[in-house]
Design a protein around this ligand. Structure first.
Ligand code: CMC
Length: 432
């Protein structure tokens, strides 16, 4: 029997259908709520609101489960690559050999930016944050491929989404070169996706950067682990913008902006800043943990806590293991890793964190891997953005293909002034 939910308002009862997902989670469908009751729901930070039906990613935050298209993240991390996983997320199935070859060759074909885009990089100040450059340049890409602004059709989407996935890493690498006053390095068709990114970042015009397999594989894993995460702030933003029928590049640029904040993708940079501060202050981590517990300090243990995970983030487990392996292989002794491990141990045994179910999230150890790979700290969130692109594209696609999709337009409860008549300038009393 189909489940229903009853809501009682002022003694009057209303019945609503309950929608059940393929993994058993339930949502009360209140789409007729305002029409039949005159009320709306109020849900701070949307913590209890399902904004859509989606087939892309499943998370069970209580159990620490993450699956892309039904495949556990652990299996993908073990067996797949970022590009294969991107295909899976965007298209809903693992690629056949032919599909994989076609997808890879398209990514290679589209990797060069339109040559005129190079001049746009000149306009940014040399200290511009690469996330600002990334969002601007992704948006600017629509000027060079105006067909992206036509109403959705599957063939154009296929070409434009491959172009976006390929060019995001070219834009990212160019923005890094620009901010360091270095000459631009063009991609090489013979390199794989992640190798090419490292090449464009670190090669010189007169000498190619030597790309160690353990280095590009570690970065590829970081991309893969970030590839989607259901309705997080940036993906929900992409869907929001897509619901107005804005083009794919505009939606992705909006996603980059939402990701930038320190409570979201910017946390990986904030974690390293926090660990550096602790190291420079000579603290072994305990003082900092006490400061975090004092709400008046305004400090948070960055890289800890998650809206959905009330258990260890499965991505953090994989990253922590790879971090240990990588530092050993590269013979790097990073004091920040020791501080991070001490903080984790303190936090996991402290009632403040236990009661609130705060565990390390994906950002806690990813910055330490990226440091070991030579990625500068201001590029950390850019790396997250490259990784998240398949998820944004897949969520854009779900919206664009749903012909009955309505524009996202939440309501509000107004709490401002009422009956406030307009006062002419000469009669206004200035407030202190
Ligand atoms: N350090 C200290 N206290 C925390 C932390 C933290 N990192 N995270 C949450 N809390 C406390 C918070 O103060 C609150 O306490 P109380 O109940 O006494 O008021 C309680 O835990 C619940 O926190 P919340 O802010 O209501 O939780 P939220 O779901 O709104 O926020 C979060 C989730 C990720 C924004 C938050 O945990 C946080 O700020 N973490 C640090 C930033 C971070 O690592 N962000 C990356 C998230 S994972 C990658 C991504 O999605 O980008």
């Amino acid at each position: 029997m189909n489940k229903t939910a009853k809501i009682e308002i002022d003694g009057k009862s209303y019945t609503f259908p309950v929608v059940e997902g393929s993994e058993g989670e339930c949502g009360i469908d209140i789409s007729t709520l305002r029409q039949v009751t005159g009320c709306i729901t109020l849900d701070d930070g949307y913590a209890n609101t399902g904004s859509c039906l989606s087939k892309v990613t499943f998370i069970d935050g209580e159990k620490g489960i993450l699956q892309y298209r039904g495949i556990p993240i652990e299996e993908l991390a073990q067996n797949s690559t970022f590009v294969e996983t991107a295909f899976l997320i965007i298209n809903g199935h693992l690629p056949s050999e032919d599909e994989m070859a076609k997808f890879s060759s398209q990514l290679t074909q589209f990797q060069n930016l339109h040559e005129d885009m190079k001049f746009h990089f000149e306009g940014f100040p040399s200290n511009a944050h690469p996330m600002a450059i990334l969002s601007s340049m992704i948006n600017a890409t629509s000027c060079f491929y105006p067909q992206v602004m036509q109403p959705y059709d599957p063939e154009t989407f296929q070409i434009m989404s491959s172009r976006l996935l390929s060019q995001v890493r070219t834009i990212a690498a160019f923005s890094y070169r620009k901010s360091h006053g270095l000459p631009i390095i063009y991609p090489k068709p013979s390199y794989k996706y992640t190798q090419n990114f490292l090449h464009m970042m670190f090669s010189d015009p007169y000498e190619d950067f030597v790309i160690k397999p353990e280095v590009w594989r570690a970065l590829d894993l970081i991309f893969l682990l970030h590839a989607d995460h259901e309705q997080n702030c940036s993906t929900a933003t992409v869907r929001y913008v897509a619901s107005s029928r804005a083009n794919l590049f505009a939606c992705a640029a909006a996603g980059v902006c939402a990701l930038w904040g320190p409570l979201h993708g910017g946390a990986n940079q904030a974690v390293i800043d926090m660990l550096e501060d602790i190291r420079q202050g000579g603290d072994d981590g305990r003082k900092f943990i006490n400061e975090v517990k004092d709400k008046k300090s305004g400090k948070r243990l960055m890289g800890f806590g998650h809206r959905v995970y009330k258990n260890y983030d499965p991505r953090a487990k994989i990253i922590k293991k790879r971090c240990d392996q990588l530092l050993e292989v590269l013979k790097i002794n990073d004091p920040l890793l020791d501080i991070a491990k001490r903080l984790e141990e303190c936090a996991l045994n402290d009632s403040y964190f236990i009661e609130r179910k705060l565990y390390p999230n994906v950002d806690f150890y990813s910055g330490i891997i990226m440091r070991a790979l030579g990625i500068p700290v201001e590029m950390f969130t850019v790396i997250f953005a490259i990784g998240r692109m398949p998820g944004w594209i897949a969520n854009y696609r779900e919206i664009a293909e749903e012909t009955s999709q309505r524009i996202y337009r939440p309501r509000q409860i107004y709490t401002g002034l009422t009956k406030n008549p307009y006062v002419p300038m000469e009669d206004r009393v200035s407030k202190p």
